[in-house]
Design a protein around this ligand. Structure first.
Ligand code: SR1
Ligand code: MG
Length: 403
């Protein structure tokens, strides 16, 4: 393939038509650029007559959400394709198949998941996904356990961590999640109606201590290979199937960051119900469903992670030391809670928001949702080192909702 340049739809079709065994020679291919994320071009290429389609994803050399003034490494396309391939081996059926990676064009060709929807969109419509907690807890337990020092050869793990060193994308997280929301940063973006909330974040010393400790973990704790950006926009879903996409932020970091991301995005949707449901009763029923899902994800994750540890643990002392597993799981819950809180706060006052809340047209519902998301986020951050059970977390959410 040719030297790097951002592709147009005609070029994407040309590349797709040359892929071995995907489309019939001479097939009439249709192409649409469908990327609605913050960073990449995504082409959907289909042969409607044969009912075949694929996705071509190309990294841009800058952050699309900001523009060319924010350069960004193309190596993230390699990281994403390698992470998807590894996750596919560890958690079969829970990520799209990768057909090809082209380093020069920073291009990944993968399975089309158009029969799924982006989970965030489904949640906004109030759809329930009864199998999701089971699927995502399996994805989390298997990818995190088998890339950690508990389940992976410990020397090989260091080499794996080296190939997933991802400094530029980590810096985005370090700034946008663990710094900017807690100061009057240019990158912050929030509705004027909640300026009082933003200012309160900038001067809350108790909160700053907890965020600094969580930031330290994100910077230093190379515990497992993370997805690194596991929000509900990185999940394709149907009631029967879950597929995790977009691991371009993958790196070796603290496991709780991935688990917390999933919980935070369910709770952001919980806050956004202020404006989505037709009646109070409907809103409360959907909120109950979201809280049950949060509890199920943690409970099933813990159960599956411990079962993998009991069967496949490679670290003699960690396997056998009395109380070690309990201490490990408790710290993991605490990290999960703290990171979930940070991920909620950044989506209300930081650079990148979530559609669940931003798309609420009624300004007063949007403001209530933003204030609730911040109350929940702050209460999780402040709870984190004291958390001992997922029920305590659910109680903290409920108490923030009734405040
Ligand atoms: C400049 S990128 C903004 C955000 O989009 C990604 O999905 C990550 O969450 C990042 O923080
Ligand atoms: Mg993404």
């Amino acid at each position: 393939m040719s030297a790097y340049h951002p592709l147009n739809e005609t070029e994407a079709i040309e590349i797709a038509s040359k892929l071995d065994g995907v489309f019939e020679p001479g097939a009439q291919l249709a192409c649409r650029e469908i990327g609605d994320g913050n960073l990449n071009l995504v082409f959907h290429i289909a042969d409607p007559a044969a009912g075949r389609s694929i996705i071509l994803k190309q990294a841009l050399p800058y952050a699309k959400v900001v523009g060319e003034s924010w350069p960004l490494t193309l190596d993230r396309a390699r990281i994403e394709s390698e992470a998807l391939i590894l996750e596919g081996k560890l958690a079969p059926g829970l990520v799209p198949a990768v057909y090809l990676y082209d380093a020069e064009l920073a291009l990944t060709v993968m399975e089309d998941l158009s029969d799924h929807v982006i989970m965030r969109q489904g949640l906004m419509k109030g759809i329930r996904y009864p199998l999701f907690a089971g699927h995502i807890s399996t994805f989390l337990a298997r990818t995190l356990f088998f890339t950690s020092d508990l389940g992976h050869n410990q020397q090989d793990k260091k080499l794996l961590a080296r190939s997933f060193t991802n400094p530029e994308l980590c810096k985005i997280t370090e700034d946008l999640i663990f710094d900017d929301p807690y100061r009057d940063a240019d990158t912050n973006s929030f509705d004027e109606a909640i300026r009082d909330e933003a200012q309160a974040l900038w001067s809350d010393g108790e909160l700053h201590l907890e965020v600094a400790l969580l930031r330290e973990k994100f910077l230093t704790h190379a515990q497992a290979l993370l997805h690194g950006d596991l929000h509900t926009g990185s999940i394709f879903i149907t009631p029967e199937s879950t597929k995790v996409i977009d691991p371009e932020f993958a790196y070796y970091g603290p496991m709780g960051f991935d688990i917390g991301a999933v919980l935070a995005n369910l709770l952001l949707n919980y806050a956004s119900r202020e404006g989505w449901d037709k009646s109070d009763a409907e809103r409360e029923r959907y909120r109950d469903y979201l809280l049950e899902t949060v509890a199920d994800i943690w409970t099933q994750f813990e159960e599956k992670f411990l079962a993998l540890w009991n069967e496949h643990g490679v670290d003699r002392l960690a396997n056998a030391a009395p109380g070690y597993k309990e201490a490990y799981m408790r710290r993991l819950l605490q990290d999960t809670v703290g990171f979930a809180g940070c991920k909620m706060v950044r989506r209300v006052v930081g650079l990148a928001h979530v559609a669940d809340i931003d798309k609420l047209e009624d300004a007063s519902a949007r403001e209530r949702a933003q204030r609730l998301a911040l109350r929940i986020g702050k209460s999780l951050i402040k709870l984190n080192r004291g958390a001992a059970s997922i029920h305590q977390v659910i109680a903290a959410v409920q108490s923030a909702s009734s405040a």
